[in-house]
Each structure stands twice: as C-alpha cells, then as structure tokens.
Design a protein around this ligand. Structure first.
Ligand code: DOR
Ligand code: ZN
Length: 338
C-alpha cells in the first residue's frame, strides 16, 4: 500500500541552533515541505533581526532551498512598529506565547496575562497569529486543563485573533475547540501514541518525557478521534524537540521528544492502522494551509508499508540525539520525495 501526501507541514518544530540545528534540520527539510519553527532558543528569538538571522541559519542547515521555514517570535510586549516590521519580514509566521517557566527555555515568558493584552490587541488588528503553550504551574496532570480558562478568555476578548493551542494533550482541550471558532490546535505524534503509563508506568523512559506530559487513555483517544476523524481545526505539529543524549539520560532529564525523522512514516502507519488514510492529507497539510492561508511550495512525499529500521541514535556535528522509536522497526517508510 502507498500513500502520497502533498506539501506536508510540521506546524510546531524545535530546530535549536548551532551544531544541533545542523544535525536535525535536514531531517525535517527532507520529509516536510515546511515547518513552523519555535523561538525558544537561549536567548529567545525576540526581535525581527534575531528572527531573520535565525531563519538564515535554518535554511542553510536544512539544505533544501525550497524549505518553507515559517518563523516565530517569542512573545514579549511588542510595539506596533515592531509588529509591522515583523509582518513585512519574509518567512514571519506568528508569535509564540509561553507562560513564564512552564517548559524548556521559557523563563522569559509571560508572568501576567494582563500585561500581554496591548500586544495581543495589536496582533489581532494586524492579523498576526498567536501560538500558545497552554500549561499552568499546577499539578502535572492538570496543567493543561487549568490553563483552559485562559484560552477561553483570550478567545472571547480577541475574537479576530487566530489562536493556536500548541500541542494539546487532553480531551478537555479538544472539546474547547467547539466553543470558539478562532481557536485551532496542533497535535503531536507522541500524544496520539502514548499515555503516562508509557512514560513512567513501568520504568521511567526519559526519551518519552515531554511537556505537556502524555496523559490518560481517554485523552489519547480524544486526540486520536480528532486527528483520524478529520477535525478541520487540528493540525499536525510534531513538537520534535531534540536534546543531546546526555541531557535526556541523566538526573534532571530535559523535556522533549525527538520525533522528526520518524514522524511521517509513523503517522502513515497510525492512520493506516485505523483505516483513516484519507484523513492524513488534511491533518498534515490541508487544515493548516486553509486556516492560515499558506502558499506552500509543491512537494509530494510518498510512503509505503515497508519496514523502516530506526537508528538507536542520530550523530553528527559532535551531537548525539535519540529519536522516538529508537532501535525499533516501523511498518512504513518514505519511498519518494519530489
Ligand atoms: O517537551 C517539550 N520540549 N515541550 C516544550 O514545550 C518545549 C520543548 C523543548 O523546547 O525542548
Ligand atoms: Zn514545543
């Protein structure tokens, strides 16, 4: 069996910088037509200049001249002039808001949502999408649900602001999509596959540790139903978040799952298993293109139900990073990219 996807997009991707960027960017650029690149570098990408320079490094590292790198700015209070300049900058996509301290490199995020409102109002007026990491500081399993009132209030206060709930992990977040037309969401591969039991039910699996953490089976099922059922406001966003192996296999493991090299084959396998291959195109491309009005370069990626051996790790440029499904044999692989 073969599936072809046109212009696959990864709507939530961490590429890092420097050596790690050079190791991982070609993997996403090979399988995807484009990606939304997260700004949580150290220091964060919080100026138009830093974003332009970072985009240059991303495109150089990706080695695919056509790769559609959609760049994001780290949310802070921006002036109208800054936002107008961002809007005119090639490759600019939107602004990513992190509540302060909830995930990797988010220390400089927003402490008080009220202070964010003038910038959000300007973004609404200028048609700049808002992307939100929706977690609170509460009990780990409740962090997303406790954040849902913030989404509600943003969606109601800024009805013309396009708000993306980045990598939702709960049934409650899926349900919230029905309440407000201006909300959409990205869903990762790992939240479609894993529950908290996989992360720590038996042994603690550091390579499956991410934020938001994988939750209950009912949550996974709700996410699956949305993705496989062709929900028009959910999009694939891998949240592939590489950390050096020693930062994962240690005391104080960093949050993040590196899924970029297996993302498309594993998605094809999952959609085929559930008899939903006709819904893959919408999930990995069409919904995002329609929601954001994107004009993505032509690219067709064909997958076939043949074995793919996933390496134990990917190495290069002095880096070593362990992927999702390391050492496993997947049932699908990419056979053509044109
Ligand atoms: O698991 C995660 N890793 N979640 C995030 O929100 C950030 C990411 C990272 O940058 O490592
Ligand atoms: Zn992320």
């Amino acid at each position: 069996m073969e599936i072809s996807v046109r212009a696959p997009l990864d709507m939530h991707l961490h590429l890092r910088d420097g050596e790690m960027l050079r190791l991982v960017a070609p993997m996403s650029a090979a399988d995807f037509a484009g990606a939304v690149v997260m700004p949580n570098l150290v220091p964060p990408v919080a100026s138009v200049e830093a974003m332009q320079e970072y985009r240059g490094r991303v495109l150089a590292a990706g080695k695919e001249p056509e790769f559609y790198a959609l760049m994001t700015l780290f949310f802070r209070e921006y002036t109208e002039e800054e936002l107008l300049r961002a809007k005119e900058t090639p490759g600019f996509f939107g602004i990513k808001l992190y509540p302060a301290g909830v995930t990797t490199n988010s220390e400089q995020g927003v402490g008080n949502m009220a202070s964010a409102e003038p910038t959000l109002r300007l973004m609404e007026q200028l048609g700049i999408p808002l992307l939100v990491h929706g977690e609170s500081h509460g009990f780990v399993l409740d962090r997303e649900e406790e954040f849902l009132p913030v989404y509600r209030s943003l969606a109601a206060k800024f009805p013309r602001l396009r708000i993306c709930m980045e990598h939702i992990s709960t049934a409650a977040a899926v349900k919230l999509l029905d309440e407000y037309e201006n909300l959409c969401a990205t869903i990762t591969l790992h939240h479609l596959l894993l529950t908290l039991d996989d992360v720590m039910g038996d042994k603690l699996r550091p390579h499956l540790f991410c934020k938001p953490i994988a939750k209950r089976e009912a949550d996974r099922e709700a996410l699956l139903t949305a993705a496989l059922g062709g929900h028009t406001r959910v999009m694939f966003g891998s949240d592939s978040a590489p950390h050096p192996r020693e930062a994962k296999e240690c005391c104080g493991c960093a949050a993040g799952i590196f899924s970029a090299p297996v993302a498309l084959p594993r998605l094809a396998q999952l959609f085929a298993l559930h008899g939903a291959v006709d819904k893959l195109q919408g999930f990995v491309s069409d919904n995002a293109r329609r929601i954001y009005g994107l004009h993505v370069p032509e690219k067709k990626v064909t997958l076939r139900d043949e074995p793919m051996q996933v390496p134990e790790s990917y190495r290069g440029f002095g880096q070593k990073v362990v992927p999702l499904d390391a050492g496993e044999e997947l049932g699908w692989r990419v056979v053509e990219r044109i």
